[in-house]
Design a protein around this ligand. Structure first.
Ligand code: HPA
Length: 280
């Protein structure tokens, strides 16, 4: 039978936050690898370490436990989740997606999910971006598994999980930068559980299934956000060619992913800034 849900009421955590800041952002952004520079661009903000927020997952890596930042960016109030708890770290998906429920309870209506991913589509080059049109959940589980939250539907429709108008705004934001170094494609993101990278055979299979990029996050958050009625946009930074696609002798390494992500941080923040200005 069901394990008792040990997580607190997201509305209670949201109420604690709301008491400490007068800002009521309509937009939330989850920062994945390659998008960390956004946290530094937010001004006049209040920071809430995850460890101070009941129910928030506290990451296992010291110093990278994560924080919620509520502030203004380009004059627009935003709620930033800097630090995400991955399934591969051992969190279950209800735990790792709890912050999304808190953002919803705070009044966030639009959510941008960012990540680093491996490119499967042959047109993608390392350093490119991809606005998500759809996803394939290959994690083997679902964040809505378990008790149905009061007042919410567990049988969530995912026909248009990623808002098409927001996807177009991401592409338009990239275009407005007028730089040949900033290319934003669109495509399907396939999520695996990790933490091992994929085999070349898996990548060939995923390509056949219709995936353009592969990663280890985002999908659970998108599902929970849709259950809470948020509009969702997704943006990947393609940090590497997926396994077997990088040419002879090339392997996939976490260090290479992090290095490329770091190199693209400035551009990624500019792109998302343009997106925020357009929709704000
Ligand atoms: N596979 C899975 N997750 C990733 C990759 C990849 O190639 N690159 C960045 N995140």
């Amino acid at each position: 039978m069901h394990r008792k849900n040990r997580l607190p009421d997201p509305a209670a955590t949201a109420a604690l936050i709301a008491k400490r800041t007068p800002l009521r952002p309509g937009l939330g952004i989850v920062l994945g690898s390659g998008f960390g520079a956004i946290a530094k661009a937010v001004t006049g903000g209040r920071e809430f370490p995850y460890r101070d927020l009941p129910g928030f997952p506290v990451g296992s890596v010291p110093g990278h436990a994560g924080r919620l930042i509520i502030g203004e960016w380009l004059g627009i109030p935003v709620a930033i989740l800097a630090g995400r708890a991955h399934f591969y770290e051992g969190f279950d998906l209800a735990e790792s997606t709890f912050p999304i429920r808190v953002l919803a309870a705070l009044g966030v209506g639009t959510l941008l999910l960012t990540n680093a991913s491996g490119g499967i589509n042959a047109k993608f080059q390392v350093g490119d971006f991809m606005a998500l049109t759809d996803h394939i959940n290959f994690m083997g589980t679902n964040p809505l598994r378990g008790p149905e939250p009061a007042g919410l539907n567990r049988f969530v429709d995912l026909t248009a999980a990623y808002d098409p108008a927001l996807k177009d705004e991401l592409k338009a934001a990239a275009k407005s930068m007028k730089s040949p170094k900033v290319r934003c494609h669109e495509g399907v993101y396939l999520a695996v559980s990790g933490p091992s990278f994929e085999t070349p055979a898996e990548i060939r299979a995923f390509r056949t299934l219709g995936a353009d990029a592969v990663g280890m996050s985002t999908v659970p958050e998108a599902i929970v956000a849709r259950q809470c009625g948020l509009k969702v946009a997704g943006l990947s930074c393609i940090t590497n060619a997926a396994a077997g696609l990088g040419g002879k002798g090339q392997t996939v390494s976490h260090l290479d992913v992090l290095e490329l992500a770091r190199q693209r941080e400035g551009v990624a923040a500019d792109l998302v800034g343009k997106f925020v200005s357009r929709i704000g």
